[in-house]
Design a binder for this molecule. Structure first.
Ligand code: FAD
Length: 376
């Protein structure tokens, strides 16, 4: 087997790329992570709700289900062991009418099938005792849901990677990939363009992953997925939070509904909504600004479960963009961990459609990819 510069090369230093790189290094691989940006984790990893999802909603047996539940358990252990700030604050999924109560029962059933611990339906009276400001005809209590400091998490992933001899190089966009004997040659741009070889390659470029796949010579056309982008905006509440846990409505097409999340300092924010970007919009064309005019629609959605939301207390915050493998109305899809079986190129893994719960699942995705690659 010809010698390569590294055993494994990971493209993208978001939570998923870094967790995968650390898991590969843990298995004795020499690992290089190349990141296009000036800092790690400035993609979708920095633009989300920072919620540790319990694993309620995903079809039983899907990757989203399996990797969310195992990833969540591992994430809590990791955060505790590495002293990263987090809180298992729990969440209420609230129903406003009989139809939504039926949806709640379905979510409860699915959550139990998914092995999510501690789920319980609460009556109107129990909800009122827990969160008097809420208007709900019933709610589902999920005690395993939590929040965490995702930046602190990334810092610890990098520390783990580097402690196992792995390297992270910033400002180094991958511009092309060519299969060579026993691996891949990777061309990079940036200030000092170069060529690096590795036996195994992981495309963890988030929103850019399908675009990068176009630049992998020899990848069959049918292995390059079509991607749609769905933006989600957040508004922050400029007052004291009346809630001490997360509040979610029942899910909507494309997202989990405009929910109330807390940060670790107790500040309350709402979002994300679902705004499908025009077809053909690429990640480079995203406008992340939050239009203040959306506040009205947010107020209407929030008042369904918090009628006492005071006027004019929402301020535009930030936004994130979901990589969707189905278009508007196209239904749900699973994470795509694309391996040799799907594209015929040994030692190559493409990660497509890693939307929520990708952050929660990141350690489990990393372990799954690393195991598969090292055993191959
Ligand atoms: C609005 C929103 C809310 C969410 N809320 C939650 C939540 O509460 N809980 C949860 O579990 N998940 C949540 N998610 C999902 C979660 O944020 C993502 O699944 C996760 O962050 C994806 O990480 P990633 O590493 O795949 O992608 P990214 O973080 O985007 O990382 C990809 C990296 O690749 C780099 N890159 C791209 N192209 C190249 C190239 N050619 N060369 C080198 N580097 C390159 C980018 O610069 C970037 O740093 C949410 C997502 C959104 C959009």
């Amino acid at each position: 087997m010809p010698q390569t510069d590294f055993d494994s090369l990971v493209i993208g230093a978001g939570a998923v790329g870094l967790a995968t790189a650390a898991e590969l290094a843990e298995r004795g691989q020499s690992v290089l992570v190349l990141e296009a940006g000036p800092q790690p984790g400035e993609g979708t990893t920095a633009r989300n709700s920072e919620v540790i999802h319990a694993g309620l909603y995903y079809p039983t047996g899907s990757l989203k289900h399996a990797l969310c539940v195992t990833g969540r358990r591992r994430l809590y252990d990791f955060l505790r062991d590495q002293n990263v700030a987090h809180a298992k604050c729990g969440k209420l999924v609230v129903a406003s009418d009989a139809a939504e109560e039926e949806r709640l029962s379905e979510i409860l059933e699915r959550g139990r099938e998914n092995g999510v611990e501690g789920l319980r339906l609460l009556s109107r009276r129990e909800v009122a005792a827990r969160a008097p400001e809420l208007r709900a005809s019933a709610a589902l209590w999920s005690p395993e849901t939590g929040i965490f400091d995702s930046h602190g998490y990334l810092v610890q992933l990098i520390a783990w990677l580097e402690a196992r001899g792995g390297l992270l190089v910033l400002r180094t966009p991958v511009t092309g990939v060519t299969p060579i004997q026993g691996g891949y040659a990777v061309e990079t741009g940036g200030a000092e363009p170069t060529r690096i070889t590795a036996r195994r390659l992981v495309n963890a470029a988030g929103l850019w992953a399908p675009g990068l796949a176009e630049k992998i010579a020899g990848l069959p056309a049918e292995a390059r997925p079509r991607q749609w982008l769905a933006k989600g905006c957040y508004f922050r509440f400029t007052g004291r939070s009346p809630f001490d846990c997360l509040i979610y409505p029942v899910p909507v097409d494309g997202g989990l509904g405009i929910h109330a999340t807390l940060d670790l300092g107790g500040a309350l924010r709402f979002g994300p909504d679902v705004d499908w970007l025009p077809e053909g919009t690429g990640p480079e064309g995203i406008d992340y600004r939050v239009d203040p005019a959306r506040a009205g629609a947010f107020e209407t959605a929030i008042r369904r479960y918090w009628p006492g939301l005071p006027e004019g207390r929402l301020e535009p915050d930030y936004s994130g963009v979901r990589p969707k493998l189905r278009g508007p109305g196209g239904g749900t899809f699973d994470f795509e961990i694309q391996t040799e079986g799907a594209h015929g190129l040994p030692g190559l893994v493409n990660l497509f459609g890693i939307e929520s719960p990708g952050l929660t699942a990141s350690l489990a995705i990393g372990a799954r990819v690393a195991e598969g690659l090292v055993e191959s």
